[in-house]
Design a protein around this ligand. Structure first.
Ligand code: ATP
Length: 282
């Protein structure tokens, strides 16, 4: 579990990126932070692995205050996937994926075997392992980024606009791939995006932020769509891509997201977490 307790971040120079933020992210849950540019999403995410230090308040992981943990070990124990993949350009794909496990003491040989398996998991041909990042498509690079984030088998995965740099079709594929992976791996995920559709698709819960990291609403996609907390949320949910206003319709026991033209934009409520406890997903 990740806990943010009255977290505040003021950068040197004075910008108050996050005023006072509290939230608990349950183990195996995926929470999406969504908000306009500068609302403090990346700052909040980076406080989990101490790439950013809170000015006050605390962030804890399974009860341990991150401020009391060694930052380098902490960072290596948490998967981090960023926009435009963040791969090291002068290292092969395989070396990019194996860097953190090797730094953590896994033998190079074992790390390579595992990297090959991970490439398969994220839908990449293992032969691509010998290439350099620039020899891959944008979508392939993002998949490598996800494989690298998973390489040390972290419990927590931080994903900062991980699919922001690819075209909409590839983006859709990567989103579906992530949903499939998450059904299998059940990581605790904090995911940052500008895109409300992406937030509703990949989040068990979605946090809509105002500037200053102020929570406008937090809830499941169904809750937010059914009852936006205020005009800000309603316009954020509805203003995405023109005049579309999303709403929910229940068809055959499933929640269908419908846009203003009556087109189905997606299906909600099919996640394994929605199953009664103890029931295995099909
Ligand atoms: N290292 C830094 N030094 C000073 N100010 C910073 C720093 N990093 C971020 N900020 C400021 O803090 C605020 C929040 O930034 P942050 O990157 O967390 O927002 P964001 O919601 O992730 O934005 P975006 O969607 O554009 O990535 C912004 O005003 C930004 O300019």
């Amino acid at each position: 579990m990740i806990g943010f307790e009255n977290v505040r971040k003021q950068y040197p120079g004075g910008t108050l990126a996050v005023e006072d933020f509290s939230l608990e992210v349950a183990s195996h849950e995926s929470v999406v932070l969504v908000g306009s540019s500068g609302s403090g999403k990346t700052t909040l995410m980076r406080m989990v692995n101490r790439m950013v230090e809170a000015t006050s308040g605390r962030v804890h992981i399974d009860g341990d205050d991150v401020a009391s943990l060694d930052p380098v070990r902490l960072r290596r124990s948490i998967g981090y996937v960023m926009q435009a993949s963040g791969l090291l350009p002068h290292r092969t794909v395989l070396d990019n994926i194996t860097t953190v496990p090797v730094l953590r003491g896994t033998s190079r040989r074992e790390a390579r075997v595992r990297a090959g398996e991970l490439m398969e998991t994220v839908g990449l041909d293992a032969a691509l392992g010998r290439r350099y990042p620039s020899q891959l498509s944008g979508g392939q690079q993002q998949r490598v980024g996800v494989a690298r984030g998973l390489a040390a088998d972290p419990n927590i995965l931080l994903m900062d606009e991980p699919f922001g740099a690819v075209d909409p079709i590839v983006r859709g594929e990567l989103q579906q791939e992530l949903l499939r992976l998450q059904r299998e791996l059940r990581k605790t995920i904090v995911f940052v995006t500008h895109d409300i559709d992406e937030a509703f698709l990949v989040g068990d819960r979605v946090v809509i932020l105002r500037p200053g990291g102020i929570i406008a609403q937090v809830g499941t996609p169904q809750e937010i769509l059914a009852e936006p907390a205020d005009d800000f949320v309603a316009s954020f949910v509805g203003a995405d891509r023109g005049a579309r206003t999303l709403h929910l319709e229940r068809v055959d026991g499933r929640d269908i997201v419908v846009d203003a033209d009556g087109r189905a934009a997606g299906v909600l409520g099919e996640r394994e977490d929605a199953l009664p406890s103890g029931e295995a997903p099909s």
